[in-house]
Write a protein that binds this ligand. Structure first.
Ligand SMILES: NC(=O)c1ccc[n+]([C@@H]2O[C@H](COP(=O)([O-])OP(=O)(O)OC[C@H]3O[C@@H](n4cnc5c(N)ncnc54)[C@H](O)[C@@H]3O)[C@@H](O)[C@H]2O)c1
Length: 365
């Protein structure tokens, strides 16, 4: 499959590195950005063509658009790509409202095309091993989970961090997809949401190196959220997501079962370790990892999607999953602002596991 990238910012680098090295499908042939020079720079770096957004969307040889723009632009770029007859794989979140997300899925279906979405970290060695451990009953029946996103904000390292504080930003839209997708992969879909939230600072100062160092960013979103989720299977999860915390010693995620506890790796990575303490044990024991996708394997979800489209398999990082995760994030946002409990209107299947026991090259990625 031939792909074109729209959005040549920070995250495009690792996608291009992996898609021109680690994975063989899709073949990335071109890139575009609102700023021509950014597209040219990436194109030169990776030996692909730089085009305007319009040219790239109109190119008949490109089958799929990898949308790496900022969240507020996701729906517009993905819509334009689908209208031009191209499959879409979008960075997270799928869109910034549930309505936009729903329209994207409807459009894809109408056009006979597929839409996939990051994160794909849940396909990595860590979360896949944890999901297998849960499915195989290592901690009995899962009862509950805790998840903690503690950070002082991306303005400390990202050169242009304004989007993290606009609509579609905040820790829930930015980091929530990793944690909520991992929880949905483990438990299945969410039924209802409660939350409280606050905006600790009205302004943030860019401390990352670069031209914007020292500039002031207005904060338009909540930056500290505490949420409770009830899943359709009855499990409960407690989430803390913050851009207001300087330091913490909390774990990233734990899952509690009737027969033990599973310590999850950071779901914002592809790595382990996955550790289990059974009701019969006295200490946590590490499980062997089930697949070779650790390190920064970004693009794995896209590579699997391309293979799935060509071979008629199920897409793991699929649109229904991304829409449900988006709805949970929007529900946390709404519940936090209004104090009202929110019931989900969307649902999804637990995403399929990445096929096991097949090496990267043999898998055809
Ligand atoms: N930076 C990270 O570490 C990281 C990690 C995981 C996911 N992401 C996600 O990746 C996406 C992009 O993040 P980033 O850090 O690369 O942002 P960025 O600001 O560095 O890059 C975004 C690029 O998109 C371009 N762009 C914006 N609107 C456009 C439009 N309408 N048409 C064409 N180009 C347009 C911008 O000019 C910019 O070059 C976000 O959704 C983010 O959540 C980022």
């Amino acid at each position: 499959m031939r792909a074109g990238i729209i959005g040549c910012g920070v995250i495009s680098d690792i996608y291009l590195k992996n898609l021109t090295g680690r994975y063989s499908n899709p073949q990335v042939v071109a890139c575009a950005d609102l700023f021509e020079e950014k597209a040219k720079e990436r194109a030169e770096q990776y030996g692909i063509r730089a085009m305007s957004v319009e040219e790239l969307l109109g190119d008949g040889e490109i089958d799929l658009i990898l949308n790496l723009t900022t969240p507020l632009q996701h729906a517009e770029i993905s819509t334009r790509a689908l209208e031009k007859g191209k499959h879409v794989y979008c960075e997270k979140p799928l869109a910034v409202t549930v309505e936009e997300g729903r329209e994207l899925l409807e459009l894809a279906e109408k056009q006979g095309l597929f839409i996939g979405c990051a994160p794909d970290t849940f396909l990595g060695a860590g979360v896949q091993t944890a999901c297998r451990g849960l499915a195989d009953g290592w901690i009995g029946t899962p009862v509950a989970a805790t998840a903690f996103v503690t950070s002082r904000g991306h303005e400390r390292w990202h050169g242009n961090p304004g989007f993290y504080y606009q609509k579609g930003g905040g820790p829930h839209f930015d980091m929530g997809p990793y944690y909520i997708t991992a929880l949905v992969a483990a438990f299945g879909p969410v039924k209802r949401v409660n939350a409280m939230s606050k905006r600790t600072f009205d302004k943030r100062i860019v401390s990352a190196k670069g031209p914007l160092h020292g500039s002031v960013i207005p904060v338009e979103v909540e930056t500290h959220l505490s949420a409770s989720l009830e899943f359709e299977n009855g499990a409960l999860a407690t989430l803390l997501m913050s851009f207001d915390v300087w330091a913490s010693e909390l774990p990233r995620m734990e899952i509690y079962g009737t027969g033990g506890t599973l310590s999850m790796p950071d779901p914002n990575t592809f790595d382990g370790p996955v550790r289990i303490r059974s009701m019969y044990g006295t200490e946590f024991k590490e499980l062997p990892l089930l697949n070779p996708y650790d390190g920064n394997a970004r693009g794995l979800g896209l590579a699997q999607m391309c293979r799935a489209i060509e071979q008629g398999e199920a897409i793991c990082a699929n649109g229904e999953l991304a829409l449900h995760v988006l709805e949970v994030i929007c529900a946390i946002d709404e519940a936090g602002r209004t104090g009202e409990q929110v019931y989900c209107t969307t649902t999804c299947e637990k995403p399929p596991m990445l096929p096991q026991g097949i090496l990267e090259t043999e898998y055809g990625f």
